[in-house]
Design a protein around this ligand. Structure first.
Ligand SMILES: N[C@@H](CCC(=O)N[C@@H](CS)C(=O)NCC(=O)O)C(=O)O
Length: 124
């Protein structure tokens, strides 16, 4: 079974947990707090960051890498929309490149206030 090391208060850990739940993948959550890590944590996470996923002899670090792995392992339901444009938006939103994401992109994890230089669409 997949073990997700990290605590859900971390947005990156939460992202991985939500991906697993969405895909119906069973997991065990090992609640690692990065500022009070367990012994040997630096071997699992050389950068000290959460989340880390382990499964048998596999160790994955970085939430986007982990989500890409989950997407391959269990393609349904897909985490990313179809089509090049929406997919680019979703990936950019996932890494929170706030000002690089157009406001109209519905998949981007940005609020309207985050894109001040993106003008309102012209209604006319
Ligand atoms: N790019 C990483 C970022 C992970 C990250 O920044 N995790 C934070 C918690 S949300 C962390 O572990 N911070 C502790 C530290 O930097 O020492 C990912 O997507 O997994």
């Amino acid at each position: 079974m997949l073990t997700i090391h990290g605590v859900p208060i971390s947005v990156h850990t939460r992202k991985v947990i939500l991906a697993a739940i969405e895909k119906g993948i069973s997991y065990h959550n090992e609640p690692v707090i990065p500022f009070h890590p367990p012994a040997g944590w630096d071997e699992l996470s050389p950068t000290g960051k959460i989340p880390v996923v382990t499964e048998d002899d596999l160790t994955l670090r970085d939430s986007s890498v982990i989500c890409a792995y989950l997407e391959k392992t269990e393609p349904n339901p897909p985490l990313y929309p179809d089509g090049e444009g929406p997919r680019r938006c979703a990936v950019a939103g996932g890494v929170r490149r706030r000002h690089a994401v157009p406001r109209r992109c519905p998949w981007a994890a940005v609020s309207e206030d985050d894109s001040p230089e993106d003008p309102e669409p012209d209604d006319g």
